[in-house]
Design a protein around this ligand. Structure first.
Ligand SMILES: *Cc1c(COP(=O)(O)O)cnc(C)c1O
Length: 396
């Protein structure tokens, strides 16, 4: 059996999105900046995509800036807020310890430039409270950036409430919603969101395309200088086929969102229940405030990387942390942030489901992971010490 369970890393493109992309590759090849009708057709495709997305997010079309993906949108949001802050002498930014590296590394860069960065601790369940944010805001705070949902452990933050705190205190609020767009309802106006990032490939759209929503009146700094595309906020000829296909994928996901949430949450809970039977295992993240498709466990006495290779042999595509950090032997900064010790953080497994997965696949995942954990433990010298009582279990 082949089971793709790495949907937080990326998703398969939907048939509809592929069809739409092919249509635009074939037909809308003009440059949207050209004055002739071929160019204007491309311009119309671009406007249409913008309008479709604006309807889903509940914003104005001119509040959307197309980017090359989630990372670029995150960079641009943070650097724009920093630029605005600098002009007012405000150089303090609040974020969290378990953001995506697109946020954390941008903040590192600002720190080197003299910004003061507060990374809020996230607690054992990986949740941030609006009160924590309120307490951290200072006179010189120019931005709060809290991810809507974490890509590794799936915790969903009380974004509307955090947004309300920021609005009340007059501080810009950005959220990395890359894991949420197309998966949960978003309403940027009702939720007091000033800036929001998303990426097409996390909701069955194409890779290499995303967007930054920025509320009217927020001065956005271009990261790429050149022509006046995207109202001077992002130079370069627009990727019409990808942008159009992303809009189609988002509309499609949004139309099916309630059925998606119900179906995928049920698969998730079945998988969590099955894997919880493995002795000395622990679920990472919050069982309730959790993305529909996210399952993340630590198994004591196991190396995550070896588990991934064995699972791959059995047809299972999974991940040990985020795709961006695997390949390095450092344990996940997310698992460390929720207080998992190094040796436990190394034994993590992330399985992320989509509506394409079935109950049979989930049962296969449970069986296969159980077998693999048993097999690896049998060979592990650490496990022998744990079992014989020479070393104490961390996960009881
Ligand atoms: C995938 C992801 C990103 C990066 O998006 P890209 O399109 O790969 O640049 C940023 N933030 C989160 C939470 C993600 O899951």
């Amino acid at each position: 059996m082949k089971v793709y369970a790495d949907n937080a890393a990326t998703t398969r493109m939907s048939e509809k999105a592929i069809r739409d992309m092919l249509f635009h590759l074939n037909n809308t090849y003009g440059n949207p900046s050209s004055l002739h009708s071929t160019g204007q057709r491309a311009q119309e495709a671009l406007s249409q995509a913008r309008r479709k997305i604006a309807t889903v997010l509940n914003c104005y079309p001119d509040e959307i800036i197309f980017t090359s993906g989630g990372s670029e949108a995150d960079n641009q949001a943070i650097l724009s807020a920093a630029e605005i802050g600098k002009k007012k002498g405000k150089k303090h930014i609040i974020s969290t310890a378990f953001e995506h590296h697109a946020i954390l590394h941008t903040l590192d860069r600002l720190k080197a430039e003299g910004f003061d960065i507060t990374l809020l601790p996230v607690g054992e369940k990986g949740l941030i409270s609006p009160q924590q944010v309120a307490d951290a805001i200072r006179e010189d705070t120019c931005l709060v950036s809290v991810m809507y949902a974490n890509n590794e452990i799936g915790t969903v933050q009380p974004i509307s409430e955090i947004g309300a705190v920021c609005r009340e205190k007059g501080v810009l609020f950005h959220t990395d919603a890359v894991q949420v767009a197309g998966h949960l309802h978003i309403d940027v106006k009702a939720q007091n969101i000033d800036m929001l990032s998303m990426a097409g490939h996390k909701f069955h759209g194409p890779k290499g395309v995303g967007l930054l929503y920025a509320r009217r009146g927020i001065k956005i700094t271009p990261l790429i200088d050149g022509g006046s595309q995207e109202k001077g906020k992002r130079a370069g000829t627009e990727n019409i086929p990808a942008i159009a296909a992303m809009a189609t994928a988002l509309v499609e996901a949004n139309e099916n969102i309630d059925a998606y949430i119900e179906k995928v949450s049920a698969l998730r809970d079945r998988l969590i229940a099955g894997l919880s039977e493995i002795p000395h295992s622990v679920l990472n993240g919050d069982p309730v405030n959790r993305l529909p498709g996210n399952v993340n466990f630590c198994f004591e006495g196991i190396e995550g990387e070896s588990m991934l290779l064995l699972l791959d042999d059995k047809g299972v595509s999974a991940s040990s942390g985020s795709a961006c950090t695997s390949g390095s032997l450092d344990p996940s900064h997310v698992l460390l942030a929720i207080g998992r010790p190094h040796e436990i953080a190394h034994g993590s497994l992330r399985l992320t489901l989509s509506e394409d997965n079935t109950e049979e696949e989930v049962d296969y995942l449970i069986r296969t992971v159980k077998e693999t954990v048993e097999y690896l433990r049998k060979m592990s010298p650490v496990w022998r010490k744990l079992e014989s009582g020479q070393q104490e279990f961390i996960i009881k």
